[in-house]
Every structure is written in structure tokens, then in C-alpha cells.
Design a protein around this ligand. Structure first.
Ligand code: DGL
Length: 283
């Protein structure tokens, strides 16, 4: 085992999940020797594509992280790939794979008192109804809404822009009206896309008081900590104890403009990514 966690996203939104992994797994520092992050930026957005295409892209990306980069645990830090391609990814690699939907639904269950939950996500994620299924399994009532304009606005860097604020206001008001029509009393809003934590501040300004905004990054990181260390034998843990004071190595890969990744990535990760390497996964 190489003690390498592979983190995959269609772009760099998944760096928000890596950020949480680095925060919450730091107590186990040394046990994770290396994080390898792949952003399939050449083929982003996944959120407007079909299940078949998303599954093909995501499986190719997963195989790259396992076969070329030695990942022995995969985190699918993309809601769209988690919603539509988790099975395809699990079939294509022989390592444990964790998506963000199940931890996100568990976080919603923990947060909601009324049992009524709202989810905003990409078109593909909403059409898959993966969040509805995962939340219903916890006994929650759910309404999902596709917000296709938000990813391009975040990609544009308009994370504090009045246009983004207005677009969010329109989406959230439509969602709240729908919830009202259904007689629901939502108290939790799940950010079902890894780009949305970047506009969390604007979203929180629009949602009514009493509605808690949550994203799955934190819950996913907690689940990774549990599952990653569960799959380790004590022998492996002993082997890595020698490295306990060593911070994990970080390596970043993208399938398109590494310059853009380096420039925008720091906003998602919270610090500079350093050099990003270009990878060709085909078309
Ligand atoms: N990373 C995707 C997600 O979390 C959003 C970007 C895309 O559409 O590819 O759903």
C-alpha cells in the first residue's frame, strides 16, 4: 500500500474537499503519505452531460489515479460524478471509492430538525435524483433544484459579484416557493456541487434565517478518515508511524490549462497549489 489518497473532480471545485481532508486528517498526519488530485478540466462541465459520458470520463480519470499515480483509496470530490458514475468508477478500479452524496445526505440528516431538506446542484445531479434517494433513505423529504448558471459564474471568479448574488436570489426564491407549495418547512440547504462552497457567503445572505447551509466536504472528510484507516492493517500503520511528523505530499494534475488551474485553484484549496502537471486522458 502506498498510503496515497486520490481525489478526483471534473474541475477544481473538488479542491474544497481536499481542503477539508487536509484539515481533518491532519491528526493522522503521516498515515496519508500523498494526496494526488486530478481535475478533468478539459472535459468540464460534467453537469450538463449524459450519464454515459460522465461515467466514461470519470472511470478514465479514476483509473489514471489508481494505475498511474498509485492511489489506494479514491474520493470522488464531484457531486455529478458521484451521482451518476459511482458504480462505473467502482467497477473500473480495485480500490475503495467514496463519493460525496452519501456523506452529504448523512450531514443533512444530522442538521435537519424538520426533516425537510433542499438541495441545489448541477442539472445532471438533479436529474439523477441521487440526493433524493440518499436523503429519503434517512427519512428526509427533499426538493432538488438545478442551478446551471452557478458553475460558470464561479469559474469566472464572480464569487462576490452582484450578478451572481441576483442569480442565487432567483434560484433560491424559486426553490423556496416550490417547497412552500409542497407544504414543506425546510431548515437545511445542501450545497450539492463542489463549486458552491465558494459562493456560500452569497447563498447564506439569501436563505431565510433558520435554514442551515451545509456542504458535503466536511462530512466526506470525516468518512474518509474512518474508511481509509479501517482498511489499513495495524502492520501498515506501524510502518507509517515512522513518518508521523511528515506532512503529506501533494500532487496536482489537470487535463487542460495548468496555468488556469494554478491561478484559480488556490481559491478552492485555500492556499497555492504549486505546479500542476498536464495529463492527456484522450477525448
Ligand atoms: N464538480 C461538479 C459537481 O460537483 C460541478 C462542475 C461540473 O459540472 O463538472 O457537481
Amino acid at each position: 500500500m502506498s498510503n496515497t489518497i486520490g481525489v478526483f473532480d471534473s474541475g477544481f471545485g473538488g479542491l474544497t474537499v481536499l481542503h477539508e481532508l487536509l484539515n481533518s486528517l491532519s491528526t493522522h498526519e503521516g498515515a496519508v503519505a500523498r494526496y494526488v488530485f486530478l481535475g478533468d478540466t478539459a472535459r468540464l462541465p460534467y453537469g450538463s452531460k449524459s450519464r454515459r459520458t460522465i461515467a466514461r470520463y470519470a472511470a478514465e480519470s479514476a483509473r489514471y489515479l489508481v494505475e498511474q499515480q498509485g492511489a489506494d483509496f479514491l474520493v470522488i470530490a464531484c457531486n455529478t460524478a458521484s451521482a451518476l458514475a459511482l458504480d462505473a468508477i467502482q467497477e473500473s478500479v480495485k480500490v475503495p471509492v467514496l463519493g460525496v452524496i452519501t456523506p452529504g445526505a448523512a450531514a443533512a440528516r444530522a442538521a435537519s430538525k424538520t426533516g425537510d431538506v433542499l438541495v441545489i446542484a448541477t442539472d445532471a445531479t438533479v436529474q439523477s435524483h441521487a440526493y433524493t434517494a440518499a436523503c429519503r433513505a434517512h427519512g428526509l423529504r427533499v426538493i432538488e433544484k438545478a442551478c446551471p448558471l452557478l458553475v460558470p459564474l464561479v469559474e469566472e471568479g464572480w464569487t462576490h459579484h452582484p450578478v451572481t448574488a441576483e442569480v442565487i436570489r432567483i434560484y433560491i426564491n424559486e426553490l423556496l416557493a416550490h417547497a412552500d407549495d409542497e407544504g414543506m418547512q425546510p431548515d437545511t440547504l445542501v450545497l450539492g456541487c463542489t463549486h458552491y462552497p465558494l459562493i456560500r457567503g452569497l447563498i447564506e445572505k439569501v436563505v431565510p434565517a433558520g435554514v442551515r447551509v451545509i456542504d458535503s466536504a466536511e462530512a466526506t472528510a470525516a468518512e474518509v478518515a474512518q474508511q481509509f484507516f479501517d482498511v489499513k492493517t495495524s502492520a501498515v500503520l506501524k510502518k507509517v508511524e515512522a513518518q508521523l511528523s511528515v506532512a503529506p505530499e501533494l500532487a496536482f494534475f489537470a487535463t487542460d490549462s495548468v496555468e488556469k488551474f494554478e491561478r484559480l485553484g488556490s481559491r478552492f484549496l485555500g492556499h497555492a497549489t504549486g505546479p500542476v502537471q498536464l495529463v492527456d486522458l484522450g477525448g
